[in-house]
Design a protein around this ligand. Sequence first.
Ligand code: Q9C
Ligand code: ZN
Length: 359
Amino acid sequence: MKAVYTSRHRGHDVTHETFLGESIPANEVVARAESIRAALETDGGFELVGPTDHGRGPIEAVHDPGLVRFLEESWPAVERERIPRPALIADTYPSRPMFEGMSEAVLATRPEPDAIAGRAGWWGLDTANPIVAGTYDAARGAVDVALTTLDLVLAGERVAYGLCRPPGHHAARSMAGGYCFFNNAAIAAEAATRATGERVAILDLDFHHGNGTQQIFWRRGDVFYASLHGDPRRIYPFFLGHADETGEGDGAGENLNLPLPAGTGDEAYLEALQRPLDAIADRPGGLVVVSLGFDTYRDDPICDFALTTPVYHEIGRRVASLGRPLVVLQEGGYHLPTLGANAVAWLRGAAGRAGLAEP
Ligand code: Q9C
Ligand code: ZN
């Protein structure tokens, strides 16, 4: 199987994030992608290839150009404003009630601030999303990885894997957040609809709800989004991911959320997975983009499902048995010691190769 990787992710070298007002060691770190890359190399069944440059066009097909501009300008602005911090992390966000009573017309003319701290809040969701000198280049690299993975599948590969870092599924049209800057999966899905003229499905298997992907395709009838995730009543992103969010307009019925309880294990997860698989199989269309997270693993430090390594092989096998071309893109997963083995298990399953005995 071809796997797309770039060392540009290393520029997003964050050390800390904010958790409930305190600085803690970052979860979304360089070592994540490196441990997956090492495991793919050791396995021997993967051909690692670099991405090709796809420019800003496909990004701005999905994201507000203002978000792209903010991310591009953020680190130079931190330096110019002499912000005495190792990373840019917002602390003030445009909370909805601040604008209560104002008309859409007035709201639409509220200006983006000039100060970079204000801009970080304007374009952001949460305080766990530090920006450093190499963040913009890394995020651009992750998009190129996703689009190159799509290119491979459009060229005839049945399945290809993009080792995207930073991840993408929390990033909405006009918002970064949740360790995400550009929505790699959404950008690939949009490019796929344009390239093929066919409907596309996105299957989100990260532990968290992909609020960004849902938002981007909320009114779209040609992109079906399905997600299994920790119930937002207890889990980030807290405000979206409920089962009654099913899409609107052309997109009515094209959004499927399956929030799951704490402790969800292998059997319950496989049972829940059947619904989105059936929903995809029932719909016309070709390619499936998989937002793949391993934060569903039992020892993940920030999540509360209980999946084991062997079940990832079975999940990969079942997703591949849809018989659709698969663009598999990395999202989250924070238990470093098992990330590589879990990725190899999933991808071997998707490739129709045997699983490995647990170490
Ligand atoms: N102390 C992805 O998995 N909040 N993003 C974490 C934990 C943000 C996860 C709080 C979680 C974002 C791609
Ligand atoms: Zn996640």
